[in-house]
Design a protein around this ligand. Structure first.
Ligand code: NI
Length: 153
């Protein structure tokens, strides 16, 4: 059971700030190494409508799947096509401790499914083909090596 206290409010504010600073549309607690079933997202055009979802659960989804390009703060510079439900209905608890339900479509549907995966420790690249995943791994290793090289100089 999650306590709705000042500590949780601070964590939520920090996560929202981090998401905006990184220009992301969503952020899961897992990504900032906090092991709570909590995510924040904002898919509004003006980026002024942050949503907070605690213990999100999928309650309904479309029959139809849709391909969308995704990226992730956890795997910077990697973008690829992932198939997701076209719409989903999600039940969660808000920052006020009140349960709510909402139907997400378009970018919000992609975002909430992507972030809920993070809460399961899953990153979108896991949906890609083994060949693509191998290429991404090589790219990440090379990038880490380059950064090490720069620091070493
Ligand atoms: Ni992500």
């Amino acid at each position: 059971m999650q306590a709705f206290d000042a500590k949780l409010a601070r964590l939520i504010d920090d996560m929202i700030e981090t998401m905006y600073e990184a220009d992301g549309v969503g952020l899961a607690a897992t990504q900032v190494d906090v092991h709570l079933r909590l995510l924040v997202m904002d898919t509004s055009e003006a980026r002024d409508q942050p949503q907070v979802l605690i213990n999100p659960e999928l309650v309904a989804h479309s029959e139809e799947w849709k391909l969308n390009e995704e990226g992730c703060l956890s795997v910077p510079t990697i973008y690829d096509q992932v198939e997701r439900y076209a719409w989903v209905t999600v039940r969660a608890t808000g920052r006020d401790g009140e349960p709510f339900e909402f139907k997400a479509e378009g970018l919000a549907a992609v975002c909430v499914q992507h972030e809920m995966d993070h809460l399961l420790g899953k990153v979108f690249v896991e949906y890609l083909s083994p060949l693509k995943r191998e290429r991404i791994k090589t790219k990440m290793i090379k990038k880490a090596r380059d950064e090490q090289g720069r620091r070493g100089r």
